[in-house]
Design a protein. Structure first.
Length: 186
């Protein structure tokens, strides 16, 4: 299969197209034929060597595609082995693309629990961009912060993915968000 492979740590120039062995299905695991993968700040940190990923390496936490076993359209949940506590990760938790091959490839293998149905109304790129940002924000606002309708939410830096998702999720549950406006300069 074709993949975008990082052969060394560094800038975007350290990424290149390469042939890699395709993932093999195993009991309890799903192989997803990817239709789209998203770029996250997390992927930039992996590329820069922040998580000491093995080299050569296929990065990418987010993706959407087709389950090779049943043909269903799915999202790849990028947080294998989260654990039983919805408010905090367990000791085995990881982010896809840190130490095992990620979604910058034609196919990826993930634990079966990390495959969920793709919302039909989302395009492939929209679906691919949802999992890491969506889960990060959801877990921060609801299980951790216990945000409830009627409370206010202050959002700093509302131009980024997590902040934009925070504004959207807060509005969806009736918790108004507020983001300070930038100062005007003359």
């Amino acid at each position: 299969m074709r993949a975008i492979v990082m052969k060394e740590y560094g800038g975007p120039e350290c990424l290149g197209s390469a042939e890699r062995p395709g993932p093999v299905a195993q009991p309890g695991w799903a192989v997803v034929r990817l239709c789209a993968a998203a770029l996250n700040w997390h992927d930039v940190l992996v590329r820069r060597g922040r998580y000491q990923s093995p080299l050569p390496h296929v990065l990418g936490a987010d993706g959407a595609g087709t389950d090779a076993e049943n043909g269903e359209d799915v999202l790849v949940v990028p947080s294998p082995w989260w654990g039983d506590d919805v408010s905090a990760p367990g000791p085995s938790w990881e982010i896809l693309g840190d130490h095992r091959p990620g979604t910058y490839a034609e196919m990826v293998r993930v634990p079966r629990e990390c495959v969920v149905p793709k919302p039909a109304r989302l395009s492939w790129p929209e679906a691919a961009a949802l999992p890491l940002v969506g889960l990060t924000t959801y877990r921060a606002l609801f299980p951790r912060a216990r945000l409830v309708p009627g409370e206010s939410l202050l959002v700093l830096g509302a131009g980024g993915g997590v902040a934009t998702m925070a504004v959207s999720l807060a509005a969806a549950v009736g918790a108004p968000s507020w983001s300070p406006r930038p100062r005007r300069t003359r």
